[in-house]
Design a binder for this molecule. Structure first.
Ligand code: SAH
Ligand code: SF4
Length: 379
């Protein structure tokens, strides 16, 4: 994931047809269930209301990995919980730490959906001497959008993740911090695999659970959603009144150039995108971050910088410049450092705040957007 060392970056489920209620089992994943759903489940199981509170504790505070371990619940209720859905659904396949131990990447297997095996990656990054503990979470297994410089995009798409699977990623990494006697996750960024705004119901459910004061209690300002720029999703975020941070992966100041890097930009061109962003900026009254991966000879010239400044001037924008992480299968390379700094200076001189981001954990393929590169290419 791209971060600067010195800068920051649920009501779950009313059961619906495509929600967590499924067949005889009530939930796909118990971590998706909000307090009302747990209360209803306890009631229907013939239990008193305090059992729902105990179940919440087991799920969100003690993080039991099996219903059988919820020892203060009656055996019959434990069985009902087990039959109702999964408490855990991700199997750890691999874990790697960076040389300095400040970044770690997990590879999980999620249950196959429609016969498609789903591998999911999550990254934990510790910054500012441990003050900031960020999880970069995946919203999909793979991604259908195929940005040319993105390892995830080049590998294709298996399926969307459920809210429970998104929550579980963060809890599993938070458990790891606790095992090391470190404070819990302080920030969550939806910058892992997948396009969060194409799986927005699950993303919003998961984000609400992260913000729940009876769970992790992470302030909405410490939850960031990164999007390739899906106008409908941005408008929905604007209307929903949530206060999550928004990052937009722009990567080009011109439509034609953007389409060569992000094929999905044909579907979501600049005009509707910037109209939606204006609505978001007005509703959230806060800056929008624009991610710009610099690629030598492609989008990193003086002209590109000037055009980007023109495009964003007057907009409540800040730009994060990320020198490209080279990936197998794409010939692009990052520009030299001096060119990156010049690009930043041109933006700053024209009144657009810009930061150059350094990659943490790039050598373990933990940089967001690099996900799954390590397993396939053994980088
Ligand atoms: N799908 C969402 C979120 C995940 S990607 C999105 O595209 O915004 C997280 C960020 O990493 C995006 O800004 C993406 O464009 C960027 N990225 C992907 N591959 C990269 C690479 N090889 N080098 C630098 N940044 C990359
Ligand atoms: Fe998908 Fe984002 Fe990668 Fe593009 S950059 S392929 S939208 S994960």
């Amino acid at each position: 994931m791209a971060t600067t060392p010195d800068s920051p970056i649920l009501s779950l489920c009313k059961a619906g047809d495509d929600g967590p209620r499924r067949g005889a089992g009530r939930f796909r994943h118990w971590l998706e269930a909000d307090r009302e759903a747990l209360a209803a489940f306890a009631r229907e199981s013939g239990e008193q209301a305090y059992r729902a509170r105990q179940l919440w504790e087991w799920l969100h505070v003690k993080r039991a990995d099996d219903a059988g371990k919820m020892h203060n619940l009656p055996a019959s209720f434990r069985e009902a919980v087990r039959g109702g859905g999964a408490v855990r659904s991700l199997a750890e396949l691999d874990r790697r730490s960076s040389w300095d131990g400040l970044a770690a990447k997990w590879l999980f297997a999620a249950p196959a959906g429609g016969g498609t095996a789903a591998e999911v990656e999550s990254v934990l990054i510790v910054e500012k001497r441990g003050e900031r503990r960020t999880v970069c979470v995946s919203s999909m297994a793979g991604c259908p959008l195929g940005c040319v410089f993105c390892a995830t995009g080049r590998l294709g798409y298996a399926r969307d993740l459920s809210a429970g699977e998104i929550i579980e990623q963060v809890y599993r990494l938070d458990n790891h911090l606790a095992a090391d006697s470190l404070p819990g996750v302080s920030h969550v960024v939806f910058m892992g695999m997948g396009e969060p705004l194409l799986n927005l119901d699950a993303v919003l459910r998961a984000a609400a659970m992260f913000a729940n004061p009876d769970g992790l209690g992470i302030s909405g300002r410490r939850i960031a959603i990164s999007t390739v720029g899906v106008p409908e999703g941005i408008l929905r975020l604007a209307e929903s009144g949530v206060n999550y941070r928004l990052a937009v992966s722009l990567h080009a100041p011109r439509q034609a150039l953007r389409e060569t890097l992000i094929p999905a930009a044909r579907r979501w061109p600049f005009d509707p995108l910037f109209n939606a962003l204006s609505a978001f900026a007005a509703s959230a009254s806060r800056d929008i971050s624009f991610e710009y991966s610099l690629i030598a000879g492609v989008n990193a010239s003086r002209r590109d910088a000037v055009e980007l400044a023109d495009l964003l001037s007057g907009f409540p924008a800040k730009v994060n410049l990320i020198p490209l992480n080279p990936i197998p299968g794409y010939a692009g390379t990052p520009p030299p450092g001096a060119q990156v700094r010049r690009f930043r200076d041109i933006l700053e001189e024209r009144g657009v705040p810009a930061t150059i981001r350094v990659e943490k954990g790039a050598e373990i393929g933990a940089a967001c957007g690099q996900l799954r590169a390590g397993r396939i290419g053994r980088s």
